[in-house]
Design a protein around this ligand. Structure first.
Ligand SMILES: Cc1ncc(COP(=O)(O)O)c(C=O)c1O
Length: 439
């Protein structure tokens, strides 16, 4: 344990006077300076694909860093970034061009800017509003906070954020009184249609693809996302998807929007793009959008956006190697099998005292903790739930990071069936042993 000089993310620093120092990681295991091992139950914030220290990925980084570490995309280009852009377009039906950034939040800022400027470029200047789903999350920068507004996190900046049109989202576990789940789905979809039909100023609809993750693992019902994409088309509203946490196999498909049969105009990838080794994100658009940015220089139609490290060749090289490994190891097929292990634990987990609901798809599981199963009252201990579960998890040799009252299981995608069983067994033990601290 060391006293940290770092201001840690999303952390009440008064609560954490010291931190475990991770000095090495191998496969699924994080190893601290005292030699303790923890199974990485959240794939180092939902991004690790193959486990740590994967030889092929490390070699790709070493090889590229000996040749070209970084050169600007301003006036120049580099081979790894070019090859990766081609690959990303290949795996993303309907997409045509790739704009690089360093993290998911930035890639969503870029998606927003592209969507708004597109409307401007084609002479639809009045189209300047953004519609979103309630409870969505798209990152921590100002545009991302505006479109993924979580009052508890971002309420202190409300005055500075731009307003959006928010549409309710169907959460099977918390359907409002008076509705059945299917009725509520239709109610949400009708709301979108009502909004779009009475307001011709909406530029784009932005949502996470397949499920809301940070919003508490809300998995969309079948056909929900497809229907939204159809309504967007009908009313000429751009359909923008965030696949940062849900794409690249997390929910069981390489590209989640193909499974959802809902081709977007713009999509963002991040997190698992580099296998979880280096920081890189990408915003892809279709040809219609890209073409609207073309013109004479003095028409000022080009996109005013660019980060210092955009298209970094080392990050692009490791992303390319990562994609190669997906194919070579048939990872998506493997995920479909490994994912079944989660299902085998539904019964055991749902019978635990604190567990109100389990939501699972692919390699993502959210376990919602309540004090009263009937009333569905979220647990609300004095100390942060995260700290309690982190410490209890550590005693059982697993690394956990909860989200509010939800225990998140988001392991590296290539985790073996045995390691996943270990994670699930230890999570059950952790929920049991944490009980006395949270009630
Ligand atoms: C759906 C989604 N979008 C955007 C982001 C932001 O990505 P980053 O943390 O890389 O900025 C996240 C991060 O968790 C996310 O889950």
């Amino acid at each position: 344990m060391i006293k940290s000089s770092v201001w840690h993310p999303n952390t009440q620093m008064k609560e954490w006077d010291s931190f475990d120092e991770i000095i090495q990681a191998k496969g699924m295991w994080l190893i601290d300076s005292a030699g303790n091992k923890m199974l990485d139950g959240v794939s180092s914030m939902w991004c690790n694909v193959w486990g740590h220290s994967k030889k092929e990925l490390v070699n790709a980084i070493v090889k590229q860093s000996k040749k070209l570490q970084h050169s600007s995309m301003f006036n120049l280009t580099n081979k790894p970034a070019e090859l990766l852009a081609k690959k990303l377009v290949e795996i993303s039906p309907g997409m045509n061009k790739v704009f690089y950034s360093d993290n998911g939040s930035s890639s969503m800022e870029i998606a927003l800017k592209i969507a708004l400027q597109y409307q401007n470029n084609i002479g639809e200047k009045q189209k300047s509003k953004i519609a979103t789903l309630e409870n969505g999350y798209h990152g921590d920068t100002f545009g991302a906070m505006s479109v993924g507004y979580v009052p508890q996190f971002f309420g202190k900046f409300k005055k500075q954020l731009f307003s959006t049109i928010q549409i309710p989202v169907p959460n099977k576990y918390r359907v409002p009184k008076g509705f059945t789940y299917p009725d509520y789905q239709n109610f949400c979809l009708d709301k979108i249609e009502q909004q779009f039909s009475k307001d011709n100023k909406i530029a784009a609809f932005i949502m996470e693809s397949g499920a809301q993750v940070a919003g508490g693992v809300v998995i969309y019902p079948k056909g929900f996302q497809k229907k939204i994409s159809q309504i967007c088309k009908q009313y000429n509203v751009l359909f923008v998807l965030d696949e940062i946490a849900t794409g690249f196999g997390r929910l069981g498909s390489m590209v989640q929007y193909t499974e959802q049969k809902s081709i977007p105009d713009i999509v963002s990838y991040g997190k698992m793009l580099t296998g979880g080794y280096l920081t890189m994100a990408a915003t892809l658009t279709n040809k219609k959008i890209y073409d609207s940015f073309l013109g004479n220089f003095n028409e000022w139609k080009h996109l005013f956006h660019g980060h210092t490290y955009t298209g970094n060749p080392i990050a692009a090289s490791v992303a390319l190697e990562n994609l190669k490994l997906y194919q070579k190891n048939n990872l998506i097929k493997k995920i479909k099998n490994t994912s079944k292990i989660f299902e085998k634990y539904y019964d055991i987990i749902s019978k635990l005292d604190l567990v109100g609901d389990i939501r699972h798809k692919g390699m993502l599981m959210g376990i919602e903790l309540v004090t009263d199963k009937k009333k569905k009252t979220p647990i609300h201990p004095k100390k942060s739930i995260n700290k309690i579960f982190f410490e209890e998890g550590k005693k059982h040799g697993i690394y956990l990071r909860t989200l509010g009252n939800i225990v998140m299981l988001v392991p590296p995608l290539a985790i073996s069936e045995n390691d996943l069983k270990l994670l699930l067994n230890r999570t059950v033990q952790t929920i049991k042993s944490a009980k006395k601290q949270v009630i």
